[in-house]
Design a binder for this molecule. Structure first.
Ligand SMILES: [Cu+2]
Length: 251
């Protein structure tokens, strides 16, 4: 059966609409899916942010330095924290750098403390590949410094190069505006809700709300994003298909 010029025109219009719909659905979906892991930065997720409490700080390293594998992670400890118990970690050796405290201080157990841990370095001779992630846990006592921000600048050394996660927001700046923000969180009063510091720490809020460990330690890679992207893409395909069918029926 010959198609009339009108029918041919209608079909072409239908196809154009469908491909436009597809483009509208697929492009953002792809961008979202690609964005996932790369957006994650080095994070700190405290088991609690409460002043005076004993806490475990999970320092998450979600990727290497521009594709290069990680060989060492040095975590600088803020002045207000004196003692740090580094969690032993297979494949990694731990080194602590201490500095003298002048004047010495008395800790919460009444002991005189003459030196404090200034940094903790995890080092490995089996580099952590760029596509993998790892978490380093430190046991500390949160200082009695309600409302203050505790930053843990991290130097990530890789087979090629290094990444310095040391940037501190100034004034009203938010950590999201920085390329390599230092992981940080805000100390809260006993009984107060945990306060996330930045997108990189939203996990802190998730932690406070009792999110499962896997969610707490996942550092910004989110299968959810991929699922969302997929759903949008499917929707696009279905809409596109429906438009084509409709066009055909009208023709
Ligand atoms: Cu990153």
């Amino acid at each position: 059966m010959d198609t009339t010029p009108a029918q041919a025109g209608a079909a072409a219009r239908g196809a154009r609409t469908a491909s436009r719909l597809l483009a509208v659905a697929v492009v953002p979906a792809t961008v979202l899916a690609l964005a996932g892991p790369a957006a994650a930065h080095v994070t700190v997720t405290p088991s609690t942010t409460t002043a005076g409490a004993d806490a475990v700080l999970a320092i998450g390293v979600p990727h290497g330095c521009d594709g290069s594998a990680t060989t060492a992670v040095t975590i600088r400890i803020p002045d207000q924290i004196h003692a740090v118990a580094a969690t032993r970690h297979p494949l990694w050796v731990v080194e602590k750098e201490t500095v003298e405290l002048d004047p010495p201080v008395t800790d919460s157990h009444g002991n005189t403390v003459t030196e404090r841990v200034a940094s903790v370095t995890y080092r490995t001779d089996q580099p952590l590949p760029d596509g993998d992630r790892d978490v380093f846990e430190l046991g500390v006592q949160i200082p009695e410094a309600e409302g203050s921000t505790l930053a843990f600048p991290v130097i990530q050394t890789c087979e090629q190069g290094e990444a310095a996660w040391i940037e501190i927001p100034e004034g009203a700046q938010s950590p999201e505006e920085l390329d390599q923000p230092a992981p940080a969180f805000v100390v809260t009063a006993a009984g107060a809700a945990q306060q996330p510091v930045s997108a990189t720490d939203t996990l802190t809020a998730a932690n406070a709300a009792g999110a499962p460990a896997s969610a707490r330690e996942s550092g910004g890679d989110s299968p959810l994003l991929a699922a969302g992207a997929l759903a949008i893409a499917l929707l696009g395909v279905m809409l596109g298909g429906a438009a084509v069918v409709q066009q055909r029926r009208r023709a």
